[in-house]
Write a protein that binds this ligand. Structure first.
Ligand SMILES: NC(=O)c1ccc[n+]([C@@H]2O[C@H](COP(=O)([O-])OP(=O)(O)OC[C@H]3O[C@@H](n4cnc5c(N)ncnc54)[C@H](OP(=O)(O)O)[C@@H]3O)[C@@H](O)[C@H]2O)c1
Length: 258
């Protein structure tokens, strides 16, 4: 039997989040959808009357996150799943290493997510079969060029979630880390390098939902892509660097011409 869950999903206005919101709504779950852009959330809410709370907010604003939690509390009094999917990606363009870029990416991917976790936990403690979910990235399996900030932010998220898993297990709150490979979304639309085995956002959302319903602690896909990343990561350093540079050559060529 399918449980009708109370779910907070961040980053629901485009890409993976929007596709996941579509699937969850179609399954009859109650959703609190957040993002800065309101229109896509309202459009979905109009198709599922009474099922969706639309809460626009910038997640880098800590007070705004507190207000989201208050609205969810007032509406449902608890959360069964919190799916923290909102994220941002900016690439580093060496030789101009930018600490401000690192700060911006960390702000969204790590600090905003941490603020969301702080806001979600009291609600999850009152939920049914509660699960805290964060969307990381397969980039954490193998360091890639230009991903200094993005990769570091997702590596931080991986550790945060795995550490939290240990501390939440006695309370009965499960955790899931989602580690997608390349997915066709606005985030990747302007990427100028090869994106092997890229999935559509609908397919990625399906993979995530199946994994969540099976109670997986990590959902990673596509399998063959992750296997290659892990294999290359396990090679001796000189070979790993040479192979990674060669396979991402398009990116370096782009840098040289700019
Ligand atoms: N696409 C991929 O290949 C890929 C691979 C691995 C992991 N991921 C991860 O998957 C997640 C979803 O990314 P996506 O590819 O679907 O990209 P996307 O279409 O750009 O979606 C990002 C979502 O995050 C929201 N967001 C960003 N900054 C925000 C902020 N400050 N406050 C509130 N919401 C904010 C955006 O909403 P608004 O702009 O409306 O605020 C949007 O809904 C991210 O965590 C990303 O790192 C993506």
């Amino acid at each position: 039997m399918n449980l009708q869950r109370r779910i907070w999903l961040t980053g629901a206005s485009s890409g993976i989040g929007l596709a996941l919101a579509e699937l969850l709504a179609a399954e009859g779950h109650r959703l609190a959808l957040t993002a800065r852009r309101r229109e896509p959330l309202l459009e979905l809410a109009a198709r599922y009357p009474g099922q969706i709370l639309v809460i626009t907010a910038d997640l880098t604003d800590r007070d705004a996150i507190g207000e989201i939690a208050e609205q969810i509390d007032a509406a449902w009094g608890a959360l069964d799943w919190a799916i923290l999917n909102a994220g941002a990606c900016e690439y580093m363009e060496l030789p101009a290493f930018s600490a401000s870029l690192v700060e911006r990416v960390m702000q969204v991917n790590v600090l905003a997510t941490a603020n969301c976790i702080e806001a979600a936990l009291p609600l999850l403690r009152r939920g049914t079969q509660p699960r805290l979910v964060a969307v990381g990235s397969s980039v954490t399996y193998l360091p890639l060029p230009r991903a200094e900030a993005y990769g570091a932010s997702k590596a931080a998220l991986r550790y945060l979630m795995q550490s939290l898993e240990l501390d939440l297990v006695d309370e009965g709150i499960a955790t899931t880390l989602v580690s997608p490979g390349f997915v066709e979304t606005p985030m990747t639309a302007n990427n100028d390098f090869p994106m092997p085995m890229q999935l559509t956002s609908a397919r990625a959302a399906q993979r995530i939902l199946i994994g969540l319903e099976r109670g997986k602690r990590e959902i990673r896909f596509p399998g063959p892509f992750i296997a290659i990343l892990r294999l290359v990561a396990a090679l001796p350093g000189w070979l790993r660097v040479a192979l990674t540079k060669r396979k991402t050559g398009a990116a370096s060529q782009h840098q040289e011409t700019n």
